[in-house]
Design a protein around this ligand. Structure first.
Ligand SMILES: C[S@@+](CC[C@H](N)C(=O)[O-])C[C@H]1O[C@@H](n2cnc3c(N)ncnc32)[C@H](O)[C@@H]1O
Length: 219
């Protein structure tokens, strides 16, 4: 894989590439690294993207909801051709053209209404109900899966939540999107979440994981 000389943090990337272990079904990244903006709500660690790129060696990557640009910056540093969109820049990826023929699409949608990103009616985080959100997930899945090239992969990062004491299993909704083309599920330990530092009484179990669900388009 090409390592670009204009990378923002050559040391962090090269050090990680040298010592990383092959991806397994459980991952944990205590540090986010220098990619993207860690003040952006829902910002994800760049190390997950590095592991995906090192594992699958895609030539072309798309992130249709790139937020603060974590995947954009990782791809720039690793010399991978990248296309990214976000509603915050006016692009409604659920309906607008996102291109096609990608080797890898990394999709990190809002987790339902856990965090409202904007008042734009096209924003997934504004879905009026859980059923409406799941319907948008299905819509996005169809749109993005169709944008893969043969053998391409769609990796969806998602977390579960609780609403008024009820457990909302979004990660399970993601698995149900397309069981036929399901390739892998990776459990990602969450760090720096507020529930980790809260003392709960009794039998309450805080949610400290997300899942990356990977679907593969047939060759
Ligand atoms: C969880 S954040 C992505 C965070 C990103 N991975 C990062 O590291 O910064 C989800 C993003 O989805 C975007 N979004 C929501 N609905 C959208 C839509 N219809 N089209 C494009 N982007 C959308 C939001 O603006 C938000 O930036």
């Amino acid at each position: 894989m090409l390592v670009n000389s204009s990378m923002r943090d050559a040391h962090a990337l090269n050090h990680y590439l040298r010592q990383r272990h092959p991806l397994t079904s459980v991952v944990s990244y205590p540090e986010r690294g220098p990619w993207g903006d860690n003040r952006y709500p829902g910002n994800c660690t760049g190390y997950l993207l590095i592991d995906l790129l090192a594992t699958y060696q895609p030539r072309t990557v798309c992130d249709p909801m790139e937020g603060s640009g974590t995947s954009r910056e990782v791809c720039a540093d690793m010399g991978v051709v990248y296309t990214g969109f976000d509603l915050r820049h006016g692009h409604d990826s659920l309906h607008d053209d996102v291109g096609n023929g990608y080797d890898l699409i990394f999709w990190h949608p809002p987790y339902g209404a856990m965090k409202r990103y904007s008042d734009d009616p096209r924003d997934m985080s504004g879905a009026a109900s859980l059923a409406a959100f799941v319907s948008l997930l299905q819509q996005g899945y169809q749109h993005f899966f169709a944008a893969l090239g043969p053998g391409g992969r769609l990796a969806v990062l998602m977390g579960d939540m609780r609403l008024r004491g009820r457990y909302i299993p979004f990660t399970s909704e993601v698995v149900q999107l397309d069981r036929r083309n399901l390739e892998s599920i990776i459990i990602k330990r969450q760090h720096n979440v507020s529930s980790r530092h809260t003392a709960y009484s009794g039998s309450f179990i805080p949610i400290l994981h997300e899942t990356l669900t990977i679907f593969r388009r047939p060759m």
